[in-house]
Design a protein. Structure first.
Length: 228
């Protein structure tokens, strides 16, 4: 049979024999490589190599890392505090209490301004936890877009809040922070932007909390544990 095939394609019997030998030598290696990959996958519990290394180092693959959790809760506390004090400041008339709350509000916002670029950078380099079970691709995509909008809104809140303060402010009574503008039409416009972005951020936070409650109590996929 080899002779007929060789004659048809213009090959010698030596060419055919060499090709057959190469096929026989390669096949076991291919099967062994596939078997080794399958064995490694089974041994790692179906994880990719990077997550398998994380698991061996003691990392919990279903939680965010410590740095991400730190950023999350610092910003959560800061946003909640700023929302409460912002509403309170709007109700207070000029006086020492209002001045104190305003300085404290700006001091805390300054800490968040410093941490915000670090948080964004860490978001790009960190390893995400494993996907939640029973969550559709549409829900994941929607959550991703809401998170992006939340980051952009936080940026708008922090920048407009800093720029709208005329003549600088005291950072926890330790050092004077200089701002670029004096009180005027520009700072008034920045205040409008700041107030609108704060309202949008408050709405996004409420939406975020409702999503967590839904996943925690209805879907019951223990989403809250990922940030604790």
């Amino acid at each position: 049979m080899y002779g007929a095939v060789a004659h048809q394609f213009g090959l010698t019997s030596l060419d055919v024999n060499m090709s057959v030998n190469r096929m026989l030598q390669t096949a076991p290696h291919s099967r062994n490589g596939t078997a080794d990959a399958q064995a490694a996958n089974i041994q790692n519990g179906g994880l990719d190599e990077r997550n398998a290394r994380r698991m061996k180092r003691g990392h919990d693959l279903d939680r965010y890392d410590g740095v991400a959790r730190f950023f999350h809760w610092v910003f959560a506390a800061g946003i909640i505090y700023a929302s409460i004090t912002g509403y309170t400041l709007a109700q207070l008339s000029a006086g020492p209490e209002r001045d104190f709350l305003s300085r404290l509000n700006m001091s805390i916002a300054t800490v968040l301004i410093v941490l915000f670029p670090l948080r964004v950078c860490w978001k790009f380099v960190r390893i995400e936890p494993r996907a939640l079970p029973d969550v559709s691709e549409l829900q994941n995509e929607l959550a991703h877009r809401v998170h992006i909008l939340m980051y952009l809104t936080i940026f708008a809140v922090l920048v407009s809040g800093f720029l709208m303060v005329p003549n600088g402010y005291s950072f926890f009574g330790l050092v004077e922070i200089h701002t670029p503008f004096v009180k005027g039409a520009l700072t008034d416009k920045l205040f409008v932007i700041h107030r609108a972005s704060c309202a949008l951020l408050a709405g996004l936070v409420v939406l975020h909390v409702l999503a967590v409650v839904k996943h925690q109590l209805i879907t019951r996929n223990n989403v809250l544990r990922r940030m604790l």
